[in-house]
Design a protein around this ligand. Structure first.
Ligand code: HMG
Length: 422
């Protein structure tokens, strides 16, 4: 095996496929699928050992109103009902006047970590004394960001205990996500620390915490809007607030509550060519800020208004990295009217809030299955091999079934095909 894969990265995608077909026993049909999805665009250059392109569907959520502007939001997801729910939530929140979104700050933090520190105060004093010099070194390491009006802003130390100290650098990364520029600056600072402070550094890397890139989306919905009859509307408002409260009390529920928010957040982050693992990590770390994992959003009922708030760390970028090489990103940015990273941060937080509203409302009224399963039927139909022309007929038949499952789907598909033949 080792010999087979030695220098694998130097092969062409076709050669890699041939090796995999032989060693893993891929059928002709499986090879054809992999070949068919291989593109001649930039994808082969984006990653290592490129083989094929794994495609995910992109759709658009509509109806989103943020800060008095209407948005169409590109979303990339494999999950049925996510885009419908985002559009549904957005429509109801737009009727209430729309979402207000604010960016609190937009800075990136990075760490140079020292180990085996005997006296923290000596490191802290040295950094404080040399902070201007260190900031200058960071600027010199990446002068182009300084020309664009950004660059290193501050430096400080934190005692992590057990002899570890973190030197934190804060950088204004302007429109970029900033990982590369940050890491370059940190490594330059680490060089000075090693040469002048004579202390070995353990590692230097940005932090994905995103706690200096917080964005808040808020909305107030008149309770009367939540159902046709006043009593029922009051009940729905109360139940949404209670569902949100449970996510504050119970980490088990908070995980699912936040997963619902991330359904929308990730889909936009992917569509915009950003690193969704970074956004996921940041969001979940933020959810545990006070020591307990809690829901990222909160809904409160006061008098005749249901008010929802969602704050998220969103250290995203609109230039550089994959945003530059994935051709769809520029089109997606245009469709979503993104002209600045702040625009994108507000949009993502707003989608997260709309997504959460739709999910909670469904949960506390008809239950998630009614709406979600309607759309899951399409996936079920496809999973048993229905062709595009058979999917809608089979989906309809499955929706009329009490407890649709794979066996039934196969049986119904068989009947559809038999009827066609006769
Ligand atoms: P409905 O009440 O049947 O929708 O909702 P409607 O017919 O009244 O339509 C309202 C709007 O929804 C439409 O406006 C569309 O914008 C949109 P219109 O076009 O009529 O002006 N809409 C659709 N958009 C695209 N395709 C469609 C479609 N249908 C409606 N087919 C719906 C049906 C599923 C939207 C609703 O029940 C809903 O929002 N449910 C929530 C579903 C959800 O959250 N899915 C995510 C997966 S579940 C999950 O992972 C998260 C969760 O666990 C999180 C948590 O626990 O907190 C639930």
């Amino acid at each position: 095996m080792e010999a087979t894969f030695s220098q694998f990265y130097k092969r062409t995608p076709e050669q890699r496929l041939a090796i995999l077909a032989e060693t893993l026993g891929l059928s002709e049909a499986e090879q054809q699928i992999l070949k068919h999805r291989a593109t001649q665009g930039d994808a082969p250059l984006l990653i290592e050992n490129y083989l094929t392109t794994y495609q995910l569907p992109e759709g658009v959520a509509v109806n989103l109103r943020v800060n008095d502007h209407e948005y169409v939001v590109p979303m990339v997801t494999e999950e049925p009902s996510v885009i419908a729910a985002a559009s549904n939530g957005a429509k109801q929140l737009a009727k209430a006047g729309g979402i207000t979104a604010t960016v609190h700050s937009r800075l990136l933090t990075g760490q140079v970590v020292l180990s085996d520190v005997k006296v923290y105060a000596s490191i802290d004093d040295w950094i404080a004394l040399h902070q201007n010099e260190l900031l200058e070194v960071a600027k010199q390491a990446h002068p182009s960001i300084v020309k664009r009006g950004g660059g290193p802003k501050s430096i400080r130390t934190r005692d992590l205990g057990e002899g570890f100290v973190s030197i934190d650098l804060v950088v204004d990364v302007k429109a970029a996500m900033g990982a590369n520029m940050m890491n370059t600056m940190l490594e330059a600072i680490a060089g000075v620390v090693q040469n002048k402070l004579h202390h070995t550094t353990l590692f230097s890397i940005l932090s994905n915490a995103g706690d200096q890139s917080l964005t808040t989306a808020t909305v107030s919905v008149p309770v009367s809007q939540l159902a046709d009859q006043p009593d029922k509307a009051q009940q729905v408002g109360k139940r949404i607030a209670q569902a949100s409260r449970i996510a504050q009390l119970d980490p088990m529920r908070a995980v699912t509550h936040n997963k619902g928010i991330m359904n929308g957040v990730d889909a936009v982050v992917v569509a915009m060519g950003n690193d969704w693992r970074a956004i996921e990590s940041a969001a979940h770390a933020y959810a545990v800020t006070d020591g307990q994992y809690r829901g990222l959003s909160q809904w409160q009922l006061e008098d005749d208004q249901l008010t929802g708030t969602l704050t998220l760390p969103l250290p995203i970028g609109i230039v550089g990295g994959a945003t530059k090489v994935l051709p769809l990103v520029a089109i997606n940015q245009k469709m979503a009217k993104i002209n600045s990273p702040e625009d994108l941060m507000k949009l993502i937080a707003a989608v997260g809030l709309a997504q959460n509203f739709a999910a909670l409302k469904a949960l506390v009224t008809n239950g998630i299955q009614q709406g979600h399963m309607k759309m899951q039927m399409r996936s079920l139909a496809m999973s048993v091999g229905a062709t595009p022309s058979e999917v809608s007929v089979l989906t309809k038949q499955l929706s009329n079934t009490d407890d649709p499952n794979e066996a039934q789907a196969r049986q119904l598909l068989g009947q559809i095909r038999n009827n066609k033949e006769t």
